[in-house]
Design a protein around this ligand. Structure first.
Ligand SMILES: *Cc1c(COP(=O)(O)O)cnc(C)c1O
Length: 228
């Protein structure tokens, strides 16, 4: 609906302004944080106005859903950058490499192996980030902080994968800042330039702690239906 569409564009503009404000306030260069607009569960009609307003970087959490929406949108907007931000199964690695420009959720050796194989077969090299389970939550994906250095060595030495950065999703009930600070520390000591952290509720905190990418969904597109 036209009203909802313009609502998303207005909210997108507000997010961009607060990102610039957060960058200024903490002395980072303006524009040093990339907004990943998380469009999962929203259809092409909801996404298109935000694309037309100028947003080009989007996040999706399911390979299958993304395959249904993005190839057609890419025909109109060839410079889209698509991020996979949800868990990846190794049997979907080929499809993920074909569709995504950044895969943020490398989280185990099996996935590293499957991605290395798919990348060699397709001659495509999406940027890769490793997901870190900073809160050590049993139900959550991600490499534990104490295993991250070893996992990065495995990616590099065993699979010749170049890892560009780290991503995390802090526990919902925690203050996210210590998690962001930990992620920044782990990336720093491994020389990784990219830090994907911060969502609708806490992206400004993430920017203050060095995020290069914030993943914002509901604050742009509105609330999502709860998963069935
Ligand atoms: C859904 C999702 C987001 C966006 O969450 P909002 O709270 O709607 O901004 C960010 N990151 C990941 C990994 C997600 O799955």
């Amino acid at each position: 609906m036209a009203d909802e569409e313009s609502g998303a564009v207005r909210q997108w503009q507000e997010i961009r302004h607060s990102m610039l404000r957060a960058e200024r306030e903490c002395g980072r260069p303006e524009g040093s944080t990339t907004l990943v607009a998380v469009s999962k569960t929203f259809d092409s009609d909801a996404i298109r106005p935000v694309l037309e307003a100028g947003q080009r970087v989007f996040g999706e959490n399911r390979v299958q859903e993304a395959k249904g929406k993005w190839p057609a949108l890419r025909e109109s907007f060839p410079d889209i950058e698509l991020h996979l931000i949800g868990p990846l199964q190794s049997n979907k690695a080929g499809e993920a490499v074909a569709l995504f420009d950044v895969i943020e959720t490398v989280d185990r050796e099996r996935i590293a192996a499957a991605l290395a194989q798919a990348m060699a077969a397709q001659g495509r090299r999406p940027k890769l980030l490793v997901q870190v389970n900073t809160g050590a939550e049993p139900q959550k994906a991600g490499v534990l902080p104490q295993h991250i250095d070893e996992f990065l060595s495995i990616c590099r030495d065993r699979y010749q994968l170049s890892i560009a950065g780290l991503m995390c999703i802090p526990p919902v009930d925690d203050n996210p800042s210590p998690h962001f600070a930990l992620l920044a520390k782990l990336a720093g000591r491994n020389g990784l330039p990219l830090l994907s952290m911060g969502m609708s509720a806490d992206y400004e905190q993430a920017i203050r702690l060095g995020a290069t990418h914030v993943r914002v969904g509901s604050a742009i597109f509105g609330s999502r239906p709860r998963p069935a």
